[in-house]
Structure formats: C-alpha cells, structure tokens
Ligand binder design. Structure first.
Ligand code: HEC
Length: 210
C-alpha cells in the first residue's frame, strides 16, 4: 500500500502524467475528426427518399449564373474548338482566335500565377513546389511536348493530366488558349536559332557579339 502511494507520488512529481494527459487530449481530438469524416452525407447525384423527386441534388435556383458565363465567352467562328481544344475530333494545331501580343501577355500573366509554381518560369519543370518535393512535371522543351499540338495544352489545362489537377474552374477557356500560346512562345524562346530572327536583328546580334 505504502509503496503504491510512493509510486503515485513519484509519478505525479515527474511530468510523465502531463504527457499522458496531452496524448489523451490529442487522441480524443482525432477520434472527433474521424466522426466528422464519417458523418452521414450524400455523394453527388446520389438518390434520396427525402425529396419528392427522389434526388439528393437540388435543382438550381432560378436565375443562377454559371461561373463560366457563356455570355462572357469571346465570339469565335468555332465555338466547339474554343471549349474542347478539338478540331475535326483531334487536338487543334491552332487557337480559335488570332494570337497577338495582348493574348501572349495575358497568357504570361496567367502562366506565372497558375503554372510557374510547378513548371517553372521557363517551363523546365523545376518550379518552387517541385523543389519542395512535388512530383516533377516533364519539361515543355522535351521533343514530345514541343511537337504536341496547341490543343493538347488546352486539354491538359482543362482536364488535368496524371498528378496534375484540372484548372477548368480557375481559368476561363479563352485564357487557357492564351496560356497554351504562351507555352508555345516559351518553347520557341528556349530553342531559338539565329536564323529564326529577322535579318536586321541577325545583323544586330552579329554586331553585338563582335
Ligand atoms: C501543382 C503542380 C502543377 C501545377 C500548378 C501545374 N502543373 Fe502541369 N503538371 C504537373 C505534373 C506533376 C505533371 C506531370 C503529370 C503526370 O504525368 O502524371 C504536369 C504535366 C503537365 C503537362 C504535360 C502533359 C503531357 O502530355 O505529359 C502540361 C502541358 C502541363 N502540365 C501544363 C500545365 C499548365 C499550362 C499549368 C497552368 C495552368 C500547369 N500545368 C500547372 C504539375 C503541375
């Protein structure tokens, strides 16, 4: 009996009991999380006996406007191409609208926000998130991706690809084309030959390197 009391005193004198208490609190907290995780809920579009129409998903409230409001899409000759990236059922080689400096600048801005953290500023696949351990994406300067049609980039942004998630909810279709076009510009920038430059610039380059 006496030795038990001593043992109990020693136990409380050490801070071991407070560690057990902390462990207990943590366990209790986590078992709470588990209950929340397992709480009764419906999967999207699951059947339900609660509503008269037998569906758990409720119809949209009248006047609801989709986030990609079709009225905000640019007026292009081939709307299907704008939204799917496909031309005659295959990834398109060109954008659904002319690509000018303004489109490339828009693409650059969106690329820096949404893609560069993983793909890197020049598209070599060595962005900051990858440096911290995320799955490395392929470089855009690999032959396969240099030869891939523009529509492939549009589709990857829209649908995601392997470990990469979809950006459809974040980037409007016309901006996805702008990003795809900017990637093409990045690819050119990393594989440019002197002979690609207009003659006057070639001359300037030769002057500068003398
Ligand atoms: C969170 C990191 C991350 C972000 C952000 C990201 N990607 Fe990716 N991306 C990846 C990874 C990882 C892969 C490789 C996926 C695989 O093959 O499993 C990939 C692959 C790709 C590919 C190659 C597809 C192929 O054919 O192999 C393209 C093109 C691409 N991404 C474009 C983009 C664009 C454009 C953006 C911005 C709108 C973007 N990614 C944003 C991680 C990311």
């Amino acid at each position: 009996m006496r030795s038990n009391t001593l043992a109990a005193r020693a136990w409380f004198a050490s801070d071991r009991w407070s560690r057990w208490l902390a462990a207990g609190v943590v366990l209790a907290a986590f078992s709470g999380c588990q209950d929340m995780y397992d709480q009764p809920r419906y999967e999207p579009f699951e059947a339900s006996t609660f509503f008269e129409d037998g569906a758990s998903s409720r119809p949209l409230v009248a006047g609801t406007v989709p986030r990609t409001d079709p009225r905000n899409l640019p007026d292009v000759p081939d709307r299907n191409l704008l939204l799917t990236g496909l031309k005659d059922g295959l990834p398109s080689r060109s954008a659904p609208f002319p690509v000018d400096q303004a489109v490339l600048e828009r693409g650059q801005g969106r690329y820096r926000i949404y893609c560069a953290p993983c793909h890197g500023e020049v598209g070599d696949g060595k962005g900051i998130i990858v440096q911290r351990g995320f799955t490395p994406p392929p470089s855009y300067h690999d032959d396969r991706l240099r030869e891939a049609p523009l529509g492939h980039f549009f589709q990857v942004i829209s649908e995601g690809h392997g470990a990469m998630y979809s950006f459809a909810a974040r980037i409007a279709p016309q901006d996805r084309w702008a990003v795809a076009s900017y990637i093409r510009a990045l690819q050119l920038s990393q594989n440019a030959k002197v002979s690609d430059l207009p003659p006057e610039d070639q001359g300037q380059l030769q002057e500068a390197s003398k």
